[in-house]
Design a protein around this ligand. Structure first.
Ligand code: ADP
Ligand code: MG
Length: 726
């Protein structure tokens, strides 16, 4: 084995270990394989103890871990061409012999310029390297090498500057360095070039690559084996069309993407199966309770969607296992009513019910609207948040513990160790994607197999729901209560702000109230600045209006004061950061202006837009693009002009920005995939989900092979809390 790494710059001798073998490559039938999948990464020729240590600190300890580091793109070296065909601006792969090497040092900037003349018999091309004098040790006259790069006009009409290159030894097969070449992200001490070498070495010496996927699934879905996939993904066959590689649609990519989805969905299926195995004592009296409560409570009749959802929830509550349901519905679709009725049914059946909201503002808002709804049945709503005075918190906790409080609303204060419920039977979690599975589990742990209803006003694409909430049953409120006026949405460029202000002035003149939203440039202190700048500006622009602000860094009491003043109509313009994104309900506000709107995701803007359109007035949403936004950003915003269907908006957002950017997914611990992509591989996700759930249904948790279990746990065990049981 070679010595461990030395200092920078990297001596190419190490990097080229496998690219320039000093002996003939060994052919490797399985019996003579040098490495096993689970071997320590240090086994691989070229990786010494020091690199192994550095790799370990990045979670790479085995050969398998190393091979899971996939190329992020491929270089097309499939068609080496005669040097005579080198053209400025056209990618070139060529093989030639070094005729001469000359190094000069510029006086002014101390730049070291090494120029070699590469000759392949058709022509000679100058190849230039800057500040890489150490290469001279390797690149000498007479050496045969491959170069890959884009020729340009330099000091000579056509030259190649700083190209990729490979040295070729006597008798070397050029096929080794041509074809599709993988390009890797640096991995600890392993530069992209070194990665190519050590991964190549590992693959050439590797015996069998174990396949965790059930063979039956592979066959039915037409997927290649793990072995074939890993070999091909690191070293694709030259015949593969470039789109397939660029779009990760090659058979190898598809197989690995499927595997990622399958392992996740297995974890989710197991979670679901475990909960289904939980039993609770006694069924709910549901029909009678619901009927009575609805009659007592509702001043309106339910929408068709609300009725359907209540039926789905009712069926859950009657089942001998706890409910685990996600309720998706646009802002204003009437989720709160559903939550209130469900909570009352739980209370009627002798349990406590708790609602957890992600922010202080939302918790207050929920407490208030629930209290309003529940007034006719004389039910008191208990509020518990960290913003309350300590003594009030203590009293609330005492009432929760004794069972005097039947309906509790709070922030994550509810999952504090200090909180004990007397008999928690239902947990409602609002705006779930702000909480992770873990917090959900923490609240659930306060009861004995309580029912769980997760509510989200962020419409998310079905595929994303399968990944984030895949262990839940899903109900959708896709119908708005009658009488809503549509919101007119318009997109404006930054240079049209003046016109927008005229519009605001007119709106104020008609007695309307206006939200102004500015993005917090980053989390933390900047939110304050964004809002404060806005406050100053709008006060100056509209001197006769009362302008106040709210933002996340404010004292809750001060914030509440401003919100109340806005709600009561004393304040005409409310400047806010996105703290108003969810849940704030002021029916009289009919205009929302979002500045630098392109800094937000579409789904988030859609949510913001939902702040208006709640009263009788026709409402407006004005999206002002930031100054540096291009036509693309404007086109993206225009999606909101075209549709008010939250699900369509979110599909578009997913397509344009990817799952990581969708509102709130980051906090929820969206699983990171190596290959799998919700948009590109949607068909694979659907297939993997179906297969995984069918598998667990049929064979149960015990039906998983040891290896499959290990993989599921390794990748998702922590996030899905799979270790806790079983
Ligand atoms: P969400 O929580 O989904 O944003 P809410 O439950 O807060 O929506 O409902 C928005 C408004 O619509 C509330 O004022 C509520 O009283 C009202 N509402 C809900 N359901 C109906 C219905 N079926 N008919 C008329 N109004 C309704
Ligand atoms: Mg609501």
């Amino acid at each position: 084995m070679l010595a461990a790494s030395r200092g920078a710059p990297p001596p190419p001798s190490r990097a080229n270990v496998a690219l320039v073998p000093d002996r003939k490559p060994v052919s490797t039938p399985a019996s003579r394989s040098r490495y096993a999948w689970d071997d320590p990464v240090e086994r691989i020729k070229g990786i010494g103890p020091r690199w192994a240590e550095e790799l370990a600190s990045r979670g790479v300890t085995t050969v398998a871990d190393l091979l899971e580091h996939l190329p992020f793109r491929y270089e097309d070296r499939r068609r080496p061409r005669p040097l005579a065909e080198a053209r400025v601006g056209e990618p070139l792969t060529a093989i030639g012999v070094v005729r001469s090497v000359a190094t000069v040092r510029t006086r002014k900037r101390g730049l070291e310029i090494m120029t070699i003349l590469l000759d392949d018999g058709t022509d000679a091309l100058p190849v230039v390297f800057f500040n890489r004098g150490y290469l001279a040790e390797w690149i000498r006259a007479g050496v045969r090498m491959l170069v890959h790069g884009v020729p340009r006009k330099g000091r000579r009409p056509v030259e190649l500057q700083g190209p990729e290159f490979e040295l070729l030894r006597e008798g070397d097969d050029p096929a080794r360095v041509t074809g599709w070449m993988p390009v890797y992200e640096k991995l600890g001490p392993l530069t992209p070039r070194r990665l190519r070498a050590v991964i190549g070495e590992a693959l050439s010496g590797l015996g069998e690559i174990p396949d965790v996927l059930p063979g039956e699934v592979l066959g039915r879905r037409g997927l290649v084996s793990a072995g074939a996939a890993y070999r091909a993904v690191h070293r694709p066959a030259a015949e593969l069309p470039s789109e397939q590689l660029a779009e990760r649609r090659a058979p190898a990519h598809r197989r690995l993407a499927y595997e990622e989805f399958f392992l996740l969905e297995l974890g989710l299926a197991i979670r679901r199966a475990r909960r289904r195995a939980e039993r609770r004592k006694g069924g709910y009296q549901i029909e009678e309770a619901l009927r009575r409560r609805m009659a007592e409570l509702l001043p309106f009749s339910l929408t068709g969607a609300q009725k359907r959802v209540l039926k789905e929830i009712g069926d859950d509550l009657k089942a001998p296992w706890p409910m685990n349901r996600l309720l998706l519905g646009d802002v204003g679709s009437g989720k709160t009513v559903i939550a209130a009725l469900t909570m009352l049914v739980a209370v009627d059946n002798g349990y406590q019910a708790a609602l957890m909201a992600p922010t202080e503002i939302l918790a207050h808002q929920h407490a208030r609207s629930l209290q309003e709804l529940l007034l006719p049945v004389d039910m008191k709503v208990e509020l518990l948040t960290a913003g309350l005075p300590a003594s009030a918190q203590e009293e609330a906790r005492a009432r929760i513990g004794s069972g005097r409080a039947r309906i509790v609303v709070g922030t994550h204060s509810l999952i504090s160790e200090k909180v004990a419920f007397e008999s928690l039977g239902l947990t409602v979690i609002d705006e779930q994607q702000r909480f992770g599975v873990v917090q959900r589990a923490d609240l659930v742990a306060k009861g004995r197999h309580p029912d769980v209803l997760v509510m989200s006003a962020t419409p998310i694409p079905r595929t994303l729901a399968m990944v984030i909430y895949g262990d839940l049953d899903v109900s959708i409120l896709d119908e708005k209560p009658p009488g809503r006026k549509p919101i007119r949405t318009v997109v404006r460029r930054a240079d049209q702000r003046g016109r927008v202000f005229e519009g605001i002035a007119r709106a104020l003149g008609e007695g309307r109230q206006v939200y102004v939203v500015r993005p917090a440039v980053e989390e933390g202190g900047r939110g304050l600045k964004a809002a404060e700048d806005g406050l100053k500006e709008y006060r100056k622009l509209f001197p006769s209006a009362r302008v106040e602000m709210v933002h996340g860094k404010m004292r809750p009491a001060a914030r509440q004061e401003n919100l109340d003043a806005f709600a009561s109509g004393d304040v005409q313009i409310l400047v806010a950061t996105t703290v108003i994104e969810v849940g704030i309900d002021v029916a009289a506000a009919s205009v929302i202006v979002v500045e630098d709107a392109d800094r937000f995701g579409l789904a988030q803007l859609h949510q913001l837009r939902g702040r208006v359109g709640r009263g009788d007035l026709r409402s407006y949403c004005v999206l002002i693009a930031s100054e540096d936004s291009g036509p693309e950003a404007i086109a993206r915003l225009a999606v909101l002009e075209q549709t008010d269907d939250g699900f369509r908006v979110s599909e578009k957002d997913l397509e344009l920005r990817g799952p990581g950017e969708l509102a709130g997914t980051a906090q929820s611990g969206y699983p990171s995939f190596r290959v799998a992509d919700l948009v590109r591989h949607q068909d694979l996700l659907l297939a993997a989900r179906e297969d995984a759930f069918a598998f667990v249904e049929r064979a149960g948790e015990r039906g998983l092979t040891e290896a499959l279990w290990r993989e599921v746990r390794r990748r998702h065990g922590e996030r899905l809390r799979l270790a806790e049981v079983g």
